[in-house]
Design a protein around this ligand. Sequence first.
Ligand SMILES: [Zn+2]
Length: 401
Amino acid sequence: MRLLLTLLAFLKMQGTPVCAAEMPGVSREISVEQVVRQLSSASWGGRAPCTRGHELAKQLLLKTLKDLNFETEIVSANSLQPWKGKIENVLAFEKKSRLNKCVVLAAHYDHNPPMGGEYSPGANDNASGVAAVLEVAKRWSEKNRVATQSQVSLVVSFPDQEENFIQGSQFVAAAVSNRCDKVLFTVTLDMVGVAFFRGFEKKFFVLGSESSNDLTELILKKQLTDTSTGVLSLAANISMIELLGVPRSDYSAFRNRQMPYLFLTAGMPSTYHTPADKADLVDFEQIVKTSEWLFELLEMTETQMSDREFQFIQKPTFIGDDQKLAADELLRSLMARPRENDLSVAEIEWIQSRMKLYSDPIYHPSKFELQLDVLRVIRIVSRKAPYPAAYLRSLIGKIFW
Ligand SMILES: [Zn+2]
């Protein structure tokens, strides 16, 4: 009984699931500041999955993108934790008969559940990134590019459940590679509105350009123009923020599908993942300038680099085909007894979605991500009927060493 009460209290804390919420009043005139203030407002109460604020955020994004003449789509999937509800990624494509050369923008719109009785506003994490991406989309459509035959097609995405083991963007990356003939590169934005520390104002890191030689060249060219944009971009290798390939944001989903990637972030300020991550601490001008920088990067891509291959360069810490085969075999064998293990439909679907990823020849996650996936699956399927240790050991040996 005690456990049940705790569980109920926990579910209540997660917020009430919302099916039909009122449509927020927005238009193409919405500013960076309005987006950040609205997404992080106390009246919306945060953007944790399965809450009213999350639903309203999703509606706001869909409506704004439609107003900008994009074709919108929700790419949904099951979450690893069924109580967190469906993953609902927001995607938007230009209305063209064919999307041949795409550049994909991504900024997760979800945020954490309440902490210590207070809601989590997530103004910097990641209403700032969402606002920047919307601003770029606005500029792109203002230039009347949407529905015209520009060289480069813009894909806008707002992945869900980044705060929950970066789950949503995996499905974004898969959907994008289905829609676009070729993805030149992807740009993920996460926390671009608050300075990392005092003295770091109007600066941001550009990580990941080493994932393609053409991307490195593009960034070097762009940096020569930084003085005119009022922000300073600092290019660095992604290893600056990663240990052993432990991914930090949605860029990893694109990397796992061999798409060149950039990760734009101003760093992790002290308000990170606290109830103090509020709009009043956000530097709106920095977000505007960052989006201008990004828009110029897209223009530069179109005018100077759209004939390039943007070949992806794989990092050595990522898994090879032999490990993928072992993972595939393990997942399949674990899944062979779903009844005995009393798996729920959501769990089966989640494992199947993982199996689909690993059997895709283009998918090459980091060793860390693979190990995490395997451990999660073992935990789920061993709940009722544990597997013989020797058998597990032999299979896991192939994956973990
Ligand atoms: Zn974030």
